[in-house]
Design a protein around this ligand. Structure first.
Ligand code: PGA
Length: 249
C-alpha cells in the first residue's frame, strides 16, 4: 500500500482529486467506484471545481457505488442515491443513466444484491474504487465479522455504525439497520483502490489496517493483499502510523 500524508483535509481531498481527474482525462469512459459519508465530500467538491473550470468532462464516465441503505428510496435525503446526486452528479455533466447504486427499496433485497453484482460485472472492471473507512474498520458496509463476504449482500449494520451515522438523521431510531453493500470480493476486483481518511479518531484504525493482522475483525485489513492501494490520510489520521513506524514522511 502506498501512503500519502496531507497536512489537512483540504490538501488530502485536493491530492486525491488530482488522481481521479487524471483517470477521467486519460480514460473518458472510466468506471469509477464511489463512496458516501463525510470523508469524500471534499473530494467531490474538488472534482466539481475542476469541472466548473472546464478541466474535466464527465459525459462518458460511469459509476458504481459501494452501498445503499435498505428501505430508503432515492428521494430520501439520507439515501446514498440522494447523497450522490446532491454532492456530485447534479453538479457535473454525467449522464445519470451511467450511475449505479443498489436499489434500497427492492422487495427482495437478496435478489437485488445478486442483480447488482451482475450489473457491476457487466460494466467491466472498476478502474478506481474510492473507499472511506469506518471507525471499526469497515469498508462499504462490510462490518467486522468471522469471514470476508465475497459478493454484494444484505447486511445488518454494526451498532457502532448505527451510532456513527445517527448524526445524519433526526434520531438514532431513524437510522436504517440494514444495507445492501458490495462484498469484499467485489471491492478487491477493482484495478486500483483509493482510500481516504482524516481525523485523529481513525488513526488507530488506519494503523491496524496497514500494519495489523489481516482479519475479518477489521475488514479493511484485507486491502494489504490488493496490489494497488493508495491511502490518502491527513496528519491526524496518520499520527499513530507516524508514532509507531518509519512510514513515508
Ligand atoms: P465517514 O464514513 O466518511 O462518514 O467517516 C466512513 C465509513 O463509514 O466508511
Amino acid at each position: 500500500m502506498q501512503l500519502i500524508i496531507a497536512k489537512d483535509y483540504g490538501e488530502m481531498c485536493a491530492k486525491a482529486a488530482r488522481l481521479f481527474a487524471a483517470e477521467i482525462t486519460l480514460k473518458p469512459d472510466c468506471l469509477l467506484g464511489l463512496a458516501t459519508g463525510s470523508t469524500p465530500v471534499g473530494l467531490y467538491d474538488a472534482l466539481i471545481g475542476k469541472f466548473a473550470e472546464g478541466e474535466l468532462d464527465f459525459s462518458q464516465v460511469r459509476t458504481v457505488n459501494l452501498d445503499e441503505y435498505a428501505g430508503l428510496p432515492g428521494s430520501h435525503p439520507q439515501s446514498y442515491r440522494y447523497f450522490m446526486d446532491h454532492h456530485l452528479f447534479d453538479w457535473v455533466n454525467i449522464d445519470k443513466r451511467n450511475t449505479y447504486l443498489p436499489d434500497g427499496t427492492a422487495v427482495d433485497s437478496e435478489a437485488e444484491c445478486a442483480r447488482y453484482e451482475r450489473q457491476i460485472e457487466a460494466l467491466g472492471q472498476v478502474d478506481i474504487q474510492l473507499l472511506g473507512i469506518g471507525l471499526n474498520g469497515h469498508i462499504g458496509f462490510n462490518e467486522p465479522g468471522d469471514s470476508f463476504p465475497a459478493a454484494t449482500h444484505v447486511t445488518d449494520l454494526a451498532p457502532s455504525t448505527i451510532r456513527a451515522n445517527a448524526r445524519f438523521f433526526r434520531s438514532i431510531d431513524e437510522v436504517p439497520t440494514r444495507a445492501l453493500t458490495m462484498g469484499i470480493g467485489t471491492i478487491l476486483k477493482a484495478k486500483k483502490i483509493v482510500l481516504l481518511t482524516n481525523g485523529a479518531a481513525k488513526a488507530e484504525t488506519l494503523y491496524q489496517m496497514m500494519y495489523g493482522p489481516v482479519t475479518p475483525q477489521l475488514p479493511a485489513s484485507i486491502l494489504q493483499f490488493h496490489p494497488d492501494v493508495v491511502v490518502f490520510a491527513d496528519e491526524e489520521a496518520a499520527s499513530v502510523i507516524r508514532e509507531r513506524t518509519s512510514a513515508d514522511r
